[in-house]
Design a protein around this ligand. Structure first.
Ligand code: PFF
Length: 344
């Protein structure tokens, strides 16, 4: 049964894929701006406490359920209890819906990456001013890049577990780490970067002044924690189902959230100081990743095209390794059904 479904070829491959699922737009875009809007270091403190006391436990639970049952989200919950498949259906349904908006963002990231690449070679990739507004109103362009991003997902997932997802993640995740460090170092050398670090790391404990504002921070940190660790939808159940029984779940359970949190903080250290150095608002929301960062790179002069290209390439890799896990979650449901019918 397990062979029909495929398996990770090594624990390292599994880790790259699982960390790849966790590290995504949630880290690079969501984490820094939510942290900025919720007391900086105060948010970080609540976030880390939640990861330690809730994240590890749920991660271990999902991986264990997946490996024990050898099934995707729906099948796994059914195997636990005949009355529970609805929990799995909700997971698959949520992943399907999230994949929709995630792929729109992924397509935009591709467009920005190509824009900087063309600029780098002296072409007119895109104009710096007002591009964001005109691009999101460009229906054929948006749909085209969305489709391209989806196509990449389909090609990788069709490659299977060890041949597609694992192979891609094993190259993509170390490459992401190198590019992230390059951007962080470059940004750290810019005058005015210090303000950005202060914004991130100096706790503003006034957010704990009233019970209401404390619960606001808690709500935001908890939502971010579940999303960022890819928990609650069954992604880790699905990835756990391809894991060999001989691998140590406890160690893996610790490594994935720790790596995810480190990358989230590193992403903040790339984005926030860049904003402060180039006079861009931290809390720009969805536009931060696009309009604001584009402004940052165009202020850097000609090297900005290279740094911009690297930045969007790393965001693209992070987004892809997460979106393929959502697609795999949905695919695993279909594959389990085929196996039940004896078709695979
Ligand atoms: N963890 C991903 C991120 O931080 O962007 C998003 C995600 C992937 C959520 C897979 C849920 C999931 F099943």
């Amino acid at each position: 049964m397990e062979n029909n479904k495929g398996q990770w070829s090594s624990n390292f491959g599994f880790l790259m894929a699982a960390i790849g699922s966790a590290v995504g737009l949630g880290n690079i875009w969501g984490f820094p701006y939510k942290m900025g809007a919720n007391g900086g270091g105060a948010f970080l403190l609540v976030y880390v406490i939640l990861v330690v006391f809730v994240g590890f436990a749920v991660m271990l639970g999902e991986l264990t359920i997946g490996r024990k049952t050898g099934k995707g989200a729906v099948g796994a919950y059914r195997a636990l209890n005949k009355k529970l498949p609805w929990v799995g259906y909700m997971g698959v349904g949520s992943a399907f819906l999230i994949l929709g908006f995630y792929s729109v963002l992924g397509g935009m990231v591709m467009r920005y990456m190509l824009g900087f690449l063309v600029n780098l070679f002296g072409g007119a990739g895109f104009a710096a001013e007002g591009f964001f507004g005109s691009w999101i109103a460009n229906m054929p362009g948006m749909v085209g890049f969305y489709a391209l991003f989806m196509l990449l997902n389909i090609v990788i997932v069709m490659g299977g577990i060890s041949g597609g997802i694992e192979k891609f993640s094993k190259v993509a995740m170390p490459a992401l780490a190198v590019m992230l460090v390059t951007v962080i170092v470059y940004v750290a050398c810019q005058p005015g970067a210090m303000e950005g670090y202060k914004f991130m790391f100096v706790p503003d404990f006034s957010v704990f002044d009233s019970l209401k504002s404390f619960f606001d921070v808690l709500k935001s940190a908890a939502g971010q924690m579940f999303f960022s660790l890819s928990l609650g939808m069954g992604a880790m159940i699905t990835y756990g189902s391809y894991l060999s029984k001989s691998e140590d779940l406890n160690t893996n359970t610790i490594i994935i959230p720790v790596a995810d949190t480190i990358v989230a903080i590193m992403a903040g250290m790339a984005v926030m100081p860049a904003c402060s150095a180039f006079g861009v608002e931290y809390g720009a929301g969805p536009g931060l990743l696009f309009a604001s960062m584009q402004t940052v790179f165009s202020h850097m002069g000609s090297v900005g095209n290279l740094i911009g290209f690297l930045f969007y390439l790393l965001v693209l890799i992070a987004a892809l390794t997460s979106s393929i896990s959502m697609l795999e979650l949905c695919t695993a449901y279909a594959v389990d059904k085929q196996i039940e019918k004896g078709l695979t």
